[in-house]
Design a protein around this ligand. Structure first.
Ligand code: UT7
Length: 324
C-alpha cells in the first residue's frame, strides 16, 4: 500500500481572463462562465515547458514531504503535452531534479492521466518495485490549442501538480485503526470514442504536433454517466458509499459536469473542490492542482477520505479513493 506524504503545484504567471479572450475569438465572458464556470486560466510563457512546471510542482511536493530528491525511486509524469516525443518528460524532470537512479516514465491518458499515474505508482509500490514516487500531472495545453477555434480555445489552461507517494511498509501507521493511504482505484478506456476528443496530429501520422479537436456535447453526455459508473465501482472496491467521502476532487473540465456528477452520486456540494473558475481545464494537472488548493487552505486534512475522478480523450476514465 502507499500513502500521500506531500503535495505541490505550479502555475504559469500569466493569467488570461475571459475578457482577454473576447479580443481573440468571437466569444463572451457570459457564454464561457454560463457554459463552463471558467473565468480565467494560466498560460505558459515563452520558453516555459511542461517539464519546467512539473519540476516546480515536484520541488514543492518534496519540500512539503520533507524529502530529498535522492529519496525518490519512481517518477511518473501524466501529460498529453510532453516537451518532446521522447525522451519522456519524466526523464527530463528526473534530470532537472538531479536524480540519476530509479525509474521515470510518462503516462498518456489525456485528462485521466493523474488518476492512471497514481494507480500505476500505487501498484508498483504495493508489489515492492518502488518505495517513494513523485506522481505528477503537468500540461501546457495552450500549445495544442487552435486559437481560432472558439469552441475549444476558451476551455483549457496550463499548470502542474505533484504528490509524493510512499510505501506504508515502514510501519509508520502500524496499529492505526484507519491507516492512511490509497484505498482503491478503478480505470476504464474505450477507444471506440477516440474521434470525440483528440489531437489531429502526431509524429507517425502528420509529423506535426496537431491541435486539440472536440465534439463537446458528445463528450459532455458521456462524461457524467461514465464517471458516475466508475465512481460506483471504486466505492464497491473500497467498501464505501458516498456518505463516507469527506472531499470530492473531480477533474476540472466543466462546472456543469461536476455539479451533475456530484448530484447523481449523492455528494453534497460543500464537499466538492472546485478550481475550474481560476484554472480552466488543465487536463492531467487539474486534479493535483485542486488537491493542492484544498490541502493548502486547510480543507483536506490527514485522515480525510478523498475521492478523485476524471474522464479524458480516448475515452479514458477512472477514480481513486485515498485516506489522506
Ligand atoms: O477534459 C476532458 C473532458 N472535456 C469535457 O468534459 C468537455 C465537455 N463538453 C463541454 O464542456 C461542453 O460541451 C462545452 C462547454 C464544450 C460546450 O457547451 P455546450 O453547452 O455543449 O455548447 P454547444 O457546443 O452546444 O454550443 C452552443 C452554441 C453553439 O452555437 P449555435 O450552434 O447554438 O448557434 C456554438 O457555436 O454556443 C456556440 N459556441 C460559443 N459561443 C460563444 C461555442 N463555443 C462558443 C464560445 N463563445 N466560446
Amino acid at each position: 500500500m502507499s500513502r500521500v506524504r506531500g503535495i505541490g503545484a505550479a502555475l504559469p504567471e500569466r493569467v488570461v481572463t475571459n475578457h482577454d479572450l473576447e479580443a481573440i475569438v468571437d466569444t463572451t465572458d457570459e457564454w464561457i462562465v454560463g457554459r463552463t464556470g471558467i473565468r480565467e486560466r494560466h498560460i505558459a510563457g515563452d520558453g516555459e515547458f511542461t517539464s519546467h512546471l512539473a519540476e516546480r510542482a515536484a520541488r514543492k511536493a518534496l519540500a512539503s514531504a520533507g524529502c530529498e530528491p535522492c529519496e525518490i525511486d519512481l517518477i511518473i509524469v501524466a501529460t498529453a503535452t510532453p516537451d518532446h516525443t521522447f525522451p519522456a518528460t519524466a526523464v527530463v524532470v528526473q534530470d532537472l531534479l538531479g536524480i540519476t537512479g530509479g525509474v521515470a516514465f510518462d503516462v498518456g491518458a489525456a485528462c485521466s492521466g493523474f488518476v492512471f499515474a497514481m494507480a500505476t505508482a500505487d501498484a508498483l509500490i504495493s508489489v515492492g518495485s518502488a518505495r517513494r514516487a513523485l506522481v505528477i500531472g503537468a500540461e501546457t495545453f495552450s500549445r495544442i490549442l487552435d486559437w481560432d477555434d472558439r469552441t475549444t480555445c476558451v476551455l483549457f489552461g496550463d499548470g502542474a501538480g505533484a504528490v509524493v507517494l510512499e510505501s506504508t511498509a515502514d510501519g509508520a501507521d502500524a496499529g492505526a485503526s484507519k491507516p492512511r493511504g490509497v484505498i482503491a482505484h478503478a480505470m476504464r478506456s474505450d477507444g471506440s470514442h477516440r474521434d470525440k476528443l483528440y489531437v489531429d496530429g502526431g509524429p507517425s501520422t502528420t509529423q506535426t504536433s496537431g491541435f486539440l479537436r472536440m465534439r463537446g456535447q458528445e463528450v459532455f453526455r458521456f462524461a457524467v454517466q461514465a464517471t458516475v459508473d466508475v465512481v460506483e465501482d471504486v466505492f464497491t472496491r473500497a467498501g464505501m458509499t458516498a456518505d463516507d467521502i469527506d472531499w470530492f476532487v473531480p477533474h476540472q473540465a466543466n462546472k456543469r459536469i461536476i455539479d451533475a456528477s456530484a448530484r447523481k452520486l449523492g455528494i453534497a456540494s460543500e464537499k466538492v473542490v472546485l478550481t475550474v473558475a481560476e484554472h480552466g481545464n488543465t487536463s492531467a494537472a487539474s486534479i493535483p492542482l485542486a488537491l493542492d488548493r484544498a490541502v493548502s487552505d486547510g480543507r483536506i486534512k490527514q485522515g480525510d477520505i478523498v475521492l478523485l475522478e476524471a474522464l479524458g480523450g480516448g475515452f479514458t476514465w477512472g477514480a481513486a479513493i485515498v485516506r489522506w
